[in-house]
Design a protein around this ligand. Structure first.
Ligand SMILES: [Ca+2]
Ligand SMILES: [Ca+2]
Ligand SMILES: [Ca+2]
Length: 266
């Protein structure tokens, strides 16, 4: 683990750039993503910067110029340079002094720009997460937590800079979704979930803010299809179980005899 105090030597960072340019080595996948990494912009930015950190990685953790913060930079899976930053608050005095993680940000696509940032309270529970999931430099996903559990996810699908879809969670399970499909800033599709399963969907067709149609039929159809699929799977499993049992019974013949003779011996 490399830290702020023991950074990646910047000459190694340069070597990384050289290797990458020569062999196209930076085209590795990141965290299972099939997206190939863009040119090594961040490593180029490191040039002339002795502490090994990118000059500007668009950090959204609050630590710069603060004496009550400690920063750790680590190298995540698939990365050759530090792409995960943890910011700790230094709390208490003397022997009571401790450090608490309050912010963590990651460059997930390894382009040198941090694209996911999560904040925590002093008890270590997640508070908020924001993400630029399409890496266009603009935040498009906002996640809110309560007592460390996810309660709301807001997504901007259109690049408007504000969410057009809001998902609400209860006890960690999806409960409601509302979407603004015509981009007028007002929701026109509502989905109600029970135990994480879609129950009904309401549509505001004339965009007056009120539901005109509850699509129960569509949901009923989906449920029928799901049930058919489940029944099919159950039948397949039953057939497989029966086959297995028959095989076991054939093998079991000898075992049963052995048990009987054991009992007779008692
Ligand atoms: Ca990034
Ligand atoms: Ca974005
Ligand atoms: Ca709308």
């Amino acid at each position: 683990m490399s830290t702020f105090k023991r950074p990646l030597p910047w000459d190694r960072a340069l070597a990384v750039v050289a290797v990458a340019s020569a062999g196209g080595m930076l085209g590795f996948a990141c965290g299972g993503s099939s997206q190939s990494a863009p040119p090594p912009k961040a490593t180029v930015q490191r040039e002339g910067h002795p502490n090994g950190l990118a000059i500007e990685d668009q950090s959204r953790c609050d630590y710069k110029g603060r004496a009550d913060r400690e920063v750790s930079e680590t190298v995540g899976p698939g990365s050759l340079v530090p792409n995960i930053r943890r910011v700790y608050a230094l709390l208490g005095e003397g022997e009571e002094r401790r450090r608490v993680l309050i912010c963590r940000e990651v460059d997930t696509n390894l382009d040198g720009i941090k694209d996911v940032v999560r904040t925590y309270n002093e008890r270590g529970e997640a508070l908020k997460e924001t993400a630029d999931s399409d890496f266009d430099g603009k935040v498009d996903t906002w996640v809110t937590f309560a007592r460390g559990k996810i309660v709301k996810v807001e997504v901007d699908h259109t690049g408007a800079g504000k969410p057009d879809e809001t998902s609400v969670y209860m006890n960690g399970k999806l409960s409601r979704v509302q979407r603004d499909t015509n981009r007028d800033g007002k929701p026109d599709i509502w989905e109600i979930y029970d135990d994480g399963k879609l129950q009904r969907q309401g549509v505001d067709i004339d965009h007056d803010g009120r539901v005109d149609r509850w699509d129960r039929d569509e949901i009923a159809l989906r449920e029928i299809n799901e049930k058919e699929k489940r029944d099919e799977e159950a039948a397949e499993k039953k057939a497989a179980d029966q086959e297995k049992r028959q095989k076991e019974e054939a093998l079991d013949g000898g075992v049963t005899d052995a048990r009987v003779s054991a009992r007779r011996r008692q």
